[in-house]
Design a protein around this ligand. Sequence first.
Ligand SMILES: Cc1cc2nc3c(=O)[nH]c(=O)nc-3n(C[C@H](O)[C@H](O)[C@H](O)COP(=O)(O)O)c2cc1C
Length: 169
Amino acid sequence: MKNIVIIYSTTDGHTREICSRLQIIIEQDGHQVTLIPIEDASEVELNKFNKIVIGASIRYGKHSKMIYEFISNNQKILDEKPNAFFSVNVVARKPDKNRPETNPYLKKFLSQISWKPKELAVFAGKIDYQKYTIFDRLMIRMIMWITKGPTDPKANIEFTDWNQVNNFE
Ligand SMILES: Cc1cc2nc3c(=O)[nH]c(=O)nc-3n(C[C@H](O)[C@H](O)[C@H](O)COP(=O)(O)O)c2cc1C
């Protein structure tokens, strides 16, 4: 039995949902999974885990600053253990941008850090306009209009391929 920690950064909860799904799938295989929001990650004793997974969503082109800080502060222990990183963004809804080698955010992120995750994934996220502030709704609708995505202000669309999530272990 492996003891796995998944540290995640989320704004609207979708990355947390992906982590919960991973927890169910991995625990079905007899392992133990602990989910930790990035805000609490500095309190965690990483040594007691066999594997460290980090997941983070994109907001205005970037992963949270806290993710960069956590990686920089813990690179030694990350390198010592099996580890993985996944990014959640809506650009990944596009078939030509849904893999680690083709997703612009993940590629840029990896070029900015010295940690080399041993496993990588990109999951398409979710758009739920009613949840956003007026400013965010306007901005995301504009980006969606440019990139030929949904612009209906009531749209609530999950682009996530859950089979892809189920297969990420
Ligand atoms: C304010 C805002 C900005 C976003 N910026 C981007 C972006 O620049 N590129 C992108 O691909 N997705 C972007 N997204 C989409 C999110 O990555 C997607 O909604 C994801 O599911 C959010 O996950 P979370 O709920 O865990 O934060 C943005 C979403 C919001 C609400």
